[in-house]
Design a protein around this ligand. Structure first.
Ligand SMILES: Nc1ncnc2c1ncn2[C@@H]1O[C@H](COP(=O)(O)OP(=O)(O)OP(=O)(O)O)[C@@H](O)[C@H]1O
Length: 337
């Protein structure tokens, strides 16, 4: 759907080249929610804005729905942009226009829509984002969450099949963030829109994304299904994001010096999260566990849990326990043999 082939970008400031995106290959699949996470300056906004050519690439090809976007002239680009909606951190609403007028704006600018058509479409969009009561209000009369809902309705006005979200929830409190993310998930599911979002919060990725790319220094350093990346982070940047998103302090190697036996991390995903596996394996093998760290939660629609445990028992009991856990669909990583 969205294909980057060796796309790179450097900004020129006072004759100096500032690299923002190193040559990047990327494939975003149709209908997925794809998240990019990275610290400030990692290159997320640059990558996002290259998709609809709000930034011009320094090189490489961008192909979307079979159209080589990097080869379009001004007319081609204008009509292509109707298939890409965008929402922003600070909403970018026109303060002097009502909610309904803000939402109608992209259709007016595109031309070719009668006023009855536009009014009907605005009504539908207001229902979709839950703001029917607020059509005649001005942005200043709305909460942050409501403003972002207007932003979403406006982005959907021209019937795009891609929605780009530029830190769309960064200015919102946690509860409002959850509601806006839920709305984005609904739009993805019900309208089949492909969503690309950027964020610096792992929690946003965990709640709504199917796949994630982790960016650092203009490079996507890790990419994969959210469950894989979140539960088994490989790159130091990813590991630091996952640790930041934990509520508890991470257990350190020093803490582990105090416990006997081998230490393993068990990951439960989907159905295995609720199965009474640990008790059964303990009974059948005679092994015992000390729990060193644990968390349980959801990744998008799937329950998941992770436990770090010390196994105490004989070597053959520990081996049998590991085999039984793996046979029950639990992923097992040995932290200390
Ligand atoms: N218009 C610009 N002119 C010059 N340099 C820029 C411009 N936009 C971004 N940069 C630089 O490019 C690099 C990548 O910036 P970018 O905004 O893409 O990162 P980001 O991950 O989105 O960061 P943030 O979360 O702070 O927005 C940074 O070094 C930044 O300073």
């Amino acid at each position: 759907m969205i294909e980057f082939q060796q796309v790179h970008k450097a900004y020129t400031v006072q004759g100096r080249q500032i690299p923002a995106l190193q040559p990047t290959d990327l494939h975003v699949r149709r209908g997925e929610v794809f998240g990019l996470i990275g610290h400030s300056g990692a290159g997320k906004s640059t990558l996002l804005r290259l998709i609809n050519r709000l930034e011009e690439p320094s090189g490489g090809r961008i192909i979307i729905n079979g159209i080589e976007v990097t080869a379009l002239d001004a007319n081609g680009l204008r009509s292509f942009r109707r298939s890409v909606g965008m929402i922003f951190q600070h909403f970018n609403l026109l303060a002097s226009k009502t909610v309904a007028e803000n939402i109608a704006m992209p259709m007016k600018l595109a031309g070719g829509h009668g006023s009855a058509d536009i009014a009907q479409r605005v009504r539908e969009l207001l229902v979709r984002v839950g703001l029917s009561e607020h059509a005649q209000k001005y942005p200043a009369q709305l909460s942050g969450g409501q403003k972002q809902r207007v932003g979403i309705a406006r982005a959907l006005a021209t019937g795009p099949d891609i929605l780009l979200c530029d830190e769309a929830t960064s200015a919102l409190d946690p509860q409002t963030t959850a509601q806006v993310l839920q709305l984005l998930a609904e739009i993805n599911r019900e309208l089949g829109l492909t969503i690309v979002l950027i964020t610096h919060e792992m929690d946003v990725i965990r709640r709504v994304c199917d796949r994630v790319g982790v960016m650092d220094g203009g490079v996507i350093v890790e990419l994969g299904d959210v469950a894989d990346v979140f539960l088994h982070p490989q790159h130091p940047t990813t590991i630091s994001f996952v640790q930041e998103s934990e509520d508890d302090d991470f257990v350190t190697d020093e803490d582990w010096q105090q416990v006997q036996g081998s230490i393993v991390r068990l990951t439960f995903l989907g159905e295995s999260t609720y199965a009474p596996v640990l008790g059964r394996v303990a009974r059948e093998t005679g092994i015992d566990y000390s729990i060193l760290a644990g968390r349980i939660g959801r990744i998008k629609d799937q329950p998941c849990g992770q436990l770090t445990v010390a196994l105490s028992g004989s070597e053959s009991q520990a081996l049998a326990a590991r085999e039984q856990l793996q046979a029950a669909g639990v992923t097992l990583e040995v932290i200390r043999a």
